[in-house]
Design a protein around this ligand. Structure first.
Ligand code: HEM
Length: 495
């Protein structure tokens, strides 16, 4: 009975959204932008594809049919053109702000990632930047090395008892341990326990266990779906969709985990030199919020760091490794370059030995282009001046984005986008069309930390193990990120 009522309500509300959108779109001035008929009428077209994890593919197909500018939702124009990258993500006084899409990513309070107001963002970003300064990055190296060593010990022992390993899972444990150690002064200990199962105390005081990686992927997927329409976001609590219920639970568990870490630090009054302490000190001295507000802001920043700092790095490393393993010529060349820099020993690597291996950096960025962990267009809002792109006028309030996957696979931009060819990054300066770390003032704050981790972890794995993929197919599914399903390899420690 409950099922039928929920289903009926969902249907009715869906129809209302459809009708409302139709009336609304007629009154707007985006009729000159082509796009799939359903997408022109209702956000449900985009919501559907985001929900089934195929948004970037649907948008890619729409661009193939309709050209560089496509209406992918009644108020959202997707633009795949170098000119659009500058116009949408460029800096300067007229820089566009993030759209309402990011409200769906808010945990308790907006974080540096989800905050929309430009002044508030500048303030938050300034505080966090200190934790990612070049001095801070240098101080992170021993922690990274320590956990990479624990990772190789673990993989060695697993390889000794069974030579197939899901490297994605272990790389995930490693990046979470590194990030949690840097952020809270102690790792969550996933490598040690060979699992990402974590005990969480809920807001009702119950103790539950959740898989960290599932919590993140469900939370991000939900936000990427609900962010598409604020109406849909408000209606979501009453919609009958087990995915929404499960993901809401995951979001709240993740919030609780971050909240407990922040609260613990406040109660114990520790004075550690980690990212959380730096945030506490800066927020304490520069803001006049009540204690409750401060804790909520710090929780929001902690959730962002936990998600952004581990998941994207682990998935990127796994995708790059997969691409290297299915391209023997790249594999061979990369190994030669690494052995040149480090020697053929398989022991711990010093970061400075591989920091300047140009072919390694080129392979990493080519992997980020080719697989595009971040595949969707990151939306911004046209300011009160309106915007002219490719000769077409877009009125104030229009959502605009450059679809990262489509841009990274555009023949027009790359010439041979279907080839995995690190050499392209050594031949010419093509950074301006690369969206892997975002662009402009909202670009990734953890870019250098991520690059350091990718360099260290990839070279360690490549120099230490002989590997063969169980399957050459790279299975992934898209939530907010285009995450891999697994990376199973037959692996032995090199002789
Ligand atoms: C390979 C790994 C990574 C990739 C591909 C990546 C990608 C991105 C992208 C594309 C954005 C822009 C998002 C947007 O405009 O909506 C972003 C923002 C952000 N990233 Fe990363 N990221 C990575 C690693 C990290 C790490 C290690 C951290 C921190 C520990 C981090 C923290 C952040 C934060 C805080 C933002 C929001 C910045 C702002 O709005 O000012 N990311 N990242």
């Amino acid at each position: 009975m409950h099922y039928y009522i929920s289903f009926g309500l969902s249907l009715l509300l869906g129809l209302l959204v459809l009708l409302g959108s139709y009336v609304w779109v007629k009154s707007r001035t985006l009729n000159h932008i082509p796009g799939p008929i359903l997408a022109r009428l209702t956000p449900l077209w985009l919501i559907y594809y985001a929900r089934i994890g195929k948004r970037y593919m649907a948008v890619e197909c729409a661009h193939k049919v309709y050209g560089d500018m496509v209406l992918i939702s009644p108020n959202h124009v997707s633009i795949c053109h170098p000119e659009a990258i500058k116009a949408i993500y460029g800096n300067g006084p007229n820089a566009l702000v993030k759209s309402q899409f990011y409200n769906a990513f808010i945990s308790l309070k907006p974080s540096v990632f989800s905050v929309i107001d430009s002044r508030e963002h500048t303030h938050r970003r300034r505080i966090l930047s200190k934790a990612f300064s070049s001095t801070a990055l240098q101080s992170f190296i021993p922690t990274m090395k320590h956990h990479v060593s624990a990772f190789t010990s673990k993989i060695d022992s697993i390889a000794a008892r069974s030579n197939t390993v899901d490297l994605l899972a272990f790389i995930n444990y490693l990046t979470v341990d590194i990030l949690s150690d840097l952020a809270f002064g102690a790792p969550l200990g996933f490598l040690e326990q060979e699992s990402d199962l974590i005990a969480i105390k809920t807001s009702q005081g119950r103790h539950i266990e959740e898989h960290f990686s599932s919590m993140i992927s469900e939370r991000e997927h939900l936000a990427a779906v609900l962010g598409i329409s604020s109406y849909f976001r408000y209606l979501s609590p009453i919609l009958f969709d087990p995915f929404i219920r499960r993901a809401r639970k995951s979001s709240s568990s993740l919030e609780q985990l971050a909240y407990s870490k922040v609260l613990e630090r406040f109660c114990r009054g520790q004075n550690k030199d980690d990212i959380l302490q730096r945030l506490i000190d800066s927020h304490g001295t520069t803001e006049h919020h009540q204690l409750g507000d401060r804790i909520e802001i710090l929780t929001a920043e902690t959730v962002t760091l936990l998600i952004a700092g581990s998941d994207s790095t682990a998935n990127s490393i796994a995708a790059i490794l997969h691409l290297v393993l299915i391209h023997p010529e790249v594999h061979k060349k990369l190994l030669l370059c690494l052995e040149d820099a480090v020697g053929s020993h398989k022991g711990p690597i010093e970061f400075k030995q591989i920091a300047n291996v140009a072919y390694l950096s080129a392979t990493i960025i080519e992997g980020l282009r080719y697989h595009s962990i971040n595949s969707i267009g990151l939306p911004r809002e046209v300011s009160s001046h309106g915007l002219v792109i490719l000769g077409k006028y877009l009125p104030p309030g229009t959502e605009v984005s450059v679809p990262a996957w489509t841009a990274h696979h555009s023949n027009h931009i790359w010439g041979d986008p279907q080839l995995f060819r690190p050499e392209r990054w050594l031949e010419s300066d093509i950074q301006q069309c690369f969206l892997g770390f975002g662009k402009g003032k909202r670009a990734c704050i953890g870019k250098h930390l991520a690059q350091m981790q990718m360099q260290l972890i990839l070279s360690t794995i490549m120099l230490r193990y002989d590997m063969e993929l169980e399957s050459k197919d790279l299975l992934s599914s898209e939530g907010f990120l285009n995450r891999l399903s697994e990376l199973k390899v037959f692996l032995i420690v090199k002789a």
